[in-house]
Structure formats: structure tokens, C-alpha cells
Write a protein that binds this ligand. Structure first.
Ligand SMILES: Cc1cc2nc3c(=O)[nH]c(=O)nc-3n(C[C@H](O)[C@H](O)[C@H](O)COP(=O)(O)O)c2cc1C
Length: 171
């Protein structure tokens, strides 16, 4: 049976909630760890790796982790973001992350919104480069919600199904 790792980086807990939902939905030999403690990746056949979108990209500690994923591993991403689901702003970190694991096999991606702390919002609204998404972020206040977490569980089950079949074809 495949060994599965669910690992995540979080600053305020949103991505952790999604990681826990994914972990809960998986059956079999599974491990849940923060990225900083993920350790040796060689025993795992499938790695779910999660991070928040930060400044239009992948947070640096997550970027470092993603670069260590060995060639040929199956990888599924999950991310949380303040911007509206489906917007280019919500997808740009996933696009960059896929480049970081170019030698691995990306089998799927999931993302949902995550609340942004008021303090962070106030600071971010003062920087012109953040205005585009910070304006949308207010409506993320209730996320991730029960429906997002149910979607994350469904994503996990789907990845296990298709992860055993082949290579994901895009974001
Ligand atoms: C410093 C900072 C930068 C952020 N940059 C973006 C961004 O560029 N685009 C976006 O959609 N959300 C952005 N967010 C919102 C986070 O992605 C969102 O709140 C996420 O759910 C946080 O996840 P976490 O609780 O796991 O840390 C930012 C949040 C912070 C605090």
C-alpha cells in the first residue's frame, strides 16, 4: 500500500485546517507533518504539500521544501488564499509551485479561500502592490469553512484514485 505524506506550511492556521481535512479523508499508511519536520521524503509515494499564497507567490520556507521533493514523486498541492477562488490571484502561487517540482509528477491541485487577519489586512492595504487582492480579502473572513473542508476531503480521495493512474495535465 502507498505511503502518503500530508505536509503543510502555515502562518495563521488556515492551511493547517485544510491539511487536517485531507489527512482525515485518507485511508491507509499516512503521515501528517509540518514542512519543517517532514524529514526524509524517500519512503513516500504520494506527497500532499500545502501552503498559503503569500505576496502572489509561495512562502519562502515552502519554496525551500518543494525544491527538495525528489524526482519522480507524485505530488498534489493544496493552498489557501485571501483572493477570490478561481481568480488569477488565487492561482499564481500554484503555477509557481508547479515549476518548483517540475521533476516530480504533479497529480492535482486544490485551493480555497482563507481568512486574512485584520492586522495583516491593514498593513497590506497600505502597499500598492497588495491592493489588488487585499480589497477582495474581506469576504474571505469565514474561510476555510465546512464546505471548503468537505471539498478538500473529496479532493484527497480523488487524488488517491487518479494518483495511482497517471500524470495530471495542468492547473
Ligand atoms: C503577508 C501576507 C501576504 C499575503 N499575500 C496574498 C496574496 O498575494 N494573494 C492572496 O490571495 N492572499 C494573500 N494572503 C492571504 C493568505 O494567503 C490567506 O490568508 C491564507 O489563508 C493564510 O494561510 P495560513 O493561515 O495557513 O497562513 C496574504 C496574507 C499575508 C498575511
Amino acid at each position: 500500500m502507498a505511503k502518503i505524506l500530508v505536509t503543510y506550511f502555515t502562518r495563521t492556521g488556515n492551511t493547517k485546517l485544510v491539511a487536517e481535512a485531507i489527512f482525515e479523508a485518507l485511508a491507509g499508511d499516512k503521515t501528517l507533518k509540518i514542512m519543517a519536520e517532514a524529514g526524509d521524503l524517500s519512503p513516500y509515494q504520494l506527497i500532499f504539500a500545502g501552503f498559503p499564497v503569500q505576496t502572489h507567490s509561495v512562502p519562502y520556507p515552502a519554496e525551500i521544501f518543494l525544491k527538495t521533493i525528489p524526482e519522480g514523486k507524485k505530488v498534489a498541492f493544496f493552498s489557501t488564499h485571501g483572493s477570490v477562488t478561481g481568480s488569477q490571484l488565487s492561482r499564481e502561487a500554484l503555477e509557481y509551485a508547479s515549476v518548483l517540482v517540475a521533476k516530480a509528477k504533479l497529480v492535482g491541485t486544490f485551493s480555497c479561500r482563507g481568512k486574512v487577519s485584520m492586522k495583516a489586512l491593514e498593513i497590506l492595504m497600505q502597499s500598492p502592490e497588495h491592493e489588488a487582492w487585499a480589497d477582495m480579502a474581506a469576504s474571505a473572513a469565514t474561510h476555510p469553512d465546512a464546505s471548503d473542508l468537505e471539498d478538500a476531503r473529496a479532493f484527497a480521495r480523488w487524488i488517491v484514485t487518479i494518483g495511482t493512474q497517471g500524470h495530471y495535465q495542468g492547473l
